[in-house]
Design a protein around this ligand. Structure first.
Ligand code: ADP
Ligand code: MG
Length: 254
């Protein structure tokens, strides 16, 4: 579902991604763990073209988003194709990014109507079903300001799912939440994993990372080293991290 090869990305003089490679198969749940500032968000943003890469290649569900030729020239797919490919990915951000002036239901139906051109009446039952799934149907007419952080994040998950993505990218979805609100968001994510959604999750929730490990491929992340093509099994990574920096990070986090 995701093939990223040798992704390089610099901001000014700082090279944040120094040749990162990762492959994710259908139904994999992959957790990216690592220290802040190591380029985790940048990597996710490179996958769905919120950032452009300097070199490397990305393919999503078998379609080339960007590639780099032998001469080192990096080429993106034409615009219309880029948009179509990126729509295969839903994204959930640390800061929720809900539209504050729209109700919960309006937040969910906005993109299906404006981007996909679906009729309002057609999308509403589906939106309500998604809200039921994340346990928030009773909040459909509320504005985001009236919701807790955990509720906002569950709306954000439902909103991403309303576009029927094949892949969900999560960028520290619980980092802005109080601990008691984290569980409800993780429950929704676990449910998605149970339904075999392909998921790439940047997280500091070690328990969650280990728990989804039943279906998870795993990767550790360090600034300087590339992810292995096929990441180690989670148990293995937790019990005997291969890289000293992974080891140090886990010792600190667990
Ligand atoms: P992480 O998500 O792992 O905490 P980020 O991907 O957000 O890390 O950032 C990695 C590094 O790149 C940081 O040093 C950050 O300051 C820098 N960075 C991220 N985005 C930009 C940007 N748009 N312009 C300049 N520097 C950036
Ligand atoms: Mg980040």
């Amino acid at each position: 579902m995701i093939v990223a090869r040798d992704i390089r990305k610099r901001f000014g003089v700082v090279e944040v991604l120094k040749g990162v490679s990762l492959e994710i198969a259908k139904g994999d749940v992959v957790a990216v763990i690592g220290p802040s500032g190591s380029g985790q968000s940048t990597f996710l943003r490179c996958l769905n073209h919120l950032e452009t890469i300097d070199s490397g290649a990305v393919a999503i569900a078998g379609e080339t988003l960007v590639s780099t030729d032998a001469a080192g020239v990096c080429r993106y797919a034409p615009d219309a194709e880029l948009r179509r490919i990126c729509r295969k990915m839903g994204m959930v951000f640390q800061q929720f990014n809900l539209f504050p002036h729209l109700t919960v239901l309006q937040n969910i139906i906005e993109a299906p109507i404006t981007v996909k051109g679906l009729a309002r009446d057609a999308i509403i039952p589906q939106a309500e079903e998604l809200l039921r799934k994340v346990g928030l149907l009773d909040k459909c007419d509320s504005y985001p300001a009236r919701l807790s952080g955990g509720q906002k994040q569950r709306v954000a998950i439902a909103r991403a799912l309303a576009m029927e993505p094949d892949i969900m990218l999560f960028d520290e979805p619980t980092s802005a939440l109080d601990p008691e609100l984290t569980g409800e968001v993780l429950r929704s994510m676990r449910q998605l994993a149970d339904e075999h959604m392909t998921m790439l999750v940047v997280t500091h929730e070690m328990a969650f990372a280990r728990e989804v490990s039943g279906y998870a491929a795993w990767c550790s992340w360090t600034r300087a080293s590339a992810l292995s093509k096929r990441a180690p099994a989670p148990a293995e990574m937790f019990s005997s991290p291969a890289h000293p920096r992974t080891q140090a990070f886990l010792e600190h986090m667990l």
